[in-house]
Design a protein around this ligand. Structure first.
Ligand code: PLP
Length: 414
């Protein structure tokens, strides 16, 4: 086989990634490696792998060849240095925070984030790492919140459900100037719409459960190091993880502390599902984003809709930023029904769209935000975050556009 380096586009690279390490038995998909343990003929080789002097596998909790193949794909998608996968996106975020922070450290995070991430950060705060939440659409707010103890700035690209967009490039410049680890959760955009490395992200988090997997049939998460951050400047790396090149220090600690010690490991079967889904990420995103743009425009002009939040609409507060940074407006929108319409009755009238809490599925899913995913935080916090009782979040799928618009039209008809 000729292996000289031709340039590879996004999808070409994903489709042919598994063959780079040599094809096992001619299989075009990376095989599922289900062995928990890995044996060595020479016990010295086992010791070398343990000591990080040789690549290899030891015990399934720290990874297996199937999840490693997925890690290689995500690394390519994000144009990074290396990736560690986890059982879920939340496990990936938790591993970053637990392995990089110490008591007394400080984190600045966006106020507009996935609810479970905020809940997780509040748990961290109980263990002695302080978290300050700011309006990250304004980099000046991030800057004002920094203290000498700040180690990490954490933002999402497009916030769910109100679709606020963090001031990604300015925050990146700020983190570079201050030597801070800049973590960007790229789940809502996916690496097809946006590569956080372009704005100076140190670590990129993806919930692979969402767009990268895409089919709503497997949970997984990933952390990718972009190679931007200089880990020799980070105070919390254990000496035992400084054997490798400095570019690998952060992820080595995240794999050892966050994955090996806490154990939220991605199984080979789940990694396989995600890897198959990832092959069509670009195709699905193109269709999803085109559908979302059309649906947002339809809802925007509708008499029974009070407001529509979608970055692809010219009236969105960060529309210009979205156009400058992202390939398209994304697959998620939210809208406020008129006060006279009961949001549960509306959702029950939808025939194709499913009432469900996931996002990034091929199927279009909708959820009454205040009554479900933002119920636990209470009315006061919801008001602060701009979550109205009548807010419906829609994760737009890949159905035919006209079918979707017809479904919303009949459900909104008086
Ligand atoms: C869903 C989601 C997560 C968590 O991912 P899971 O795989 O469900 O654990 C994290 N961040 C964002 C932005 C998400 O949408």
């Amino acid at each position: 086989m000729i292996t000289h380096q031709l340039p590879r586009g996004f999808t070409t690279a994903i489709l042919h990634s598994d063959r780079d390490g040599g094809i096992e038995h001619g299989a075009l998909h990376k095989p599922l490696h289900l062995s928990v343990a890995y044996g060595y003929r020479d016990a010295r080789d086992l010791a070398a792998v343990f000591q990080g002097r040789a690549p290899g596998y030891i015990y399934g909790r720290q990874g297996n060849p199937t999840s490693a193949a997925l890690e290689a794909k995500v690394t390519r998608m994000e144009d990074g240095v290396a990736t560690v996968t986890f059982a879920t996106g939340m496990a990936a975020i938790g591993a970053v925070m637990l392995s990089l922070l110490r008591e007394g450290d400080h984190v600045v995070a966006s106020r507009f984030m996935f609810g479970n991430t905020i809940s997780q950060f509040n748990t961290l705060a109980a263990f002695g790492a302080a978290v300050t939440y700011v309006d990250a659409t304004d980099a000046a707010e991030v800057e004002r919140a920094l203290t000498p103890a700040t180690r990490i700035v954490f933002v999402e690209t497009i916030a769910n459900p109100r679709t606020q967009i963090a001031d990604l490039a300015r925050i990146g410049a700020l983190c570079a100037a201050r030597g801070l680890v800049y973590v960007v959760d790229n789940t809502m955009t996916s690496p097809w719409l946006f590569r956080p490395k372009a704005v100076g992200a140190s670590l990129v988090v993806n919930s692979l459960t969402k767009y990268i997997g895409g089919h709503g049939n497997a949970l997984a998460g990933a952390v990718t190091d972009t190679g931007v951050f200089d880990w020799t400047r980070y105070p919390n790396i254990a000496d035992s993880y400084k054997g490798a090149a400095p570019a690998m220090w952060g992820l080595t600690q995240i794999r050892k502390k966050g994955l090996r010690d806490w154990g939220a490991t991605l199984s080979a079967e789940q990694a396989h599902h995600i890897a198959v889904g990832a092959e069509t990420l670009a195709l699905r995103m193109e269709r999803t984003c085109a559908n979302a743009q059309a649906l947002a425009s339809f809802l925007d002009g509708h008499a029974s809709v009070r407001a529509v939040h979608y970055p692809g609409l010219p009236g969105h507060p960060q529309h210009a930023l979205a156009k400058a940074l992202f390939r398209a407006g994304g697959g998620l929108l939210s809208f406020e029904l008129d006060a006279g319409i009961d949001c549960f009755d509306f959702l029950n009238r939808l025939a194709i769209v499913v009432s469900s809490s996931n996002l990034g599925d091929n199927r279009t899913l909708a959820i009454p935000v205040a009554h479900t995913i933002f119920w636990e935080i209470g009315a006061a916090k919801r008001a602060e975050m701009g979550i109205a009782d009548q807010l419906i979040r829609v994760s737009v799928g890949i159905e035919e556009r006209d079918d979707l618009i017809a479904d919303f039209a009949q459900a909104l008809a008086p």
